[in-house]
Each structure stands twice: as structure tokens, then as C-alpha cells.
Unconditional design. Structure first.
Length: 126
């Protein structure tokens, strides 16, 4: 695991980074699931493309993780913060490597531009 520069990460996310690095459930489970899904999705659709956009809907992700892991800590807020912690700790750049959209109801979706470089950065963190 790489050393994370805490000064570059928003303060509330620092705790989530440490939870991921220490492989604490359900945070590490979320990251593992995301990385596996991104890799599979890219290998299926990215063969002819240099990059694809992988969209993360925290509510759907929470439902998928709940099927595998039972934890009272598995809330939509924790899923959102875990996703952000992964993106920032991997040193992906907002707007260039990922972006966030907000629905009219206030829910956020995270969009990661998946290519060999971003996959490498994500896997290097974990």
C-alpha cells in the first residue's frame, strides 16, 4: 500500500482511508467490489476504446454490498465517503479522472474514467 499524503485529502475522508488501508469491513469490501467491477467492465467494453466511464450509484452499490456483508455501518453516507476516500487516496484528479453529478433529488453519482492508468492508480492504493 502506498503512503497517502493526508494534506491533499479532505479531513473527513482521512479516517475512511485508514479504514480501507487496514482492511476493515465493510469499507474494504466496498473498495474490493468496486475495483473488481471496474476491471471486469473495462475488460469487456474497453477493448476497442482507450477509456470508458464507470458510474457508481451509492444506493445501488450499498444494496449489492448488503447481499454479501451484514453491517450496521453500511449506510449510504459511508458508501459515498468510502468511494471518495478511494478516489482521493488513489490520487485521481477531479474533473480529469473522475467527476461527481448530483440528481435533482440531491443524490450523488460518481463517474470514473476507467483506463489502464486509472486502474493502475486505484489498485496501487489497495
Amino acid at each position: 500500500m502506498s503512503e497517502v499524503q493526508v494534506g491533499k485529502v479532505p479531513i473527513p475522508l482521512v479516517n475512511y482511508i485508514y479504514l480501507i488501508m487496514n482492511r476493515k469491513s465493510p469499507y474494504y469490501d466496498i473498495v474490493q467490489h468496486l475495483l473488481r467491477e471496474m476491471e471486469i467492465h473495462y475488460s469487456r467494453t474497453g477493448k476497442d476504446l482507450s477509456e470508458i466511464v464507470y458510474t457508481i450509484n451509492p444506493r445501488i452499490l450499498q444494496e449489492e454490498i448488503e447481499k454479501r456483508v451484514k453491517s450496521e455501518k453500511l449506510t449510504t453516507v459511508n458508501v459515498c465517503r468510502t468511494v471518495l476516500a478511494l478516489l482521493y487516496a488513489s490520487e485521481l484528479r477531479e474533473e480529469k479522472d473522475f467527476y461527481i453529478t448530483t440528481t435533482s433529488g440531491g443524490r450523488r453519482n460518481y463517474h470514473v474514467k476507467v483506463n489502464p492508468r486509472t486502474l493502475n492508480m486505484l489498485f496501487r492504493f489497495v
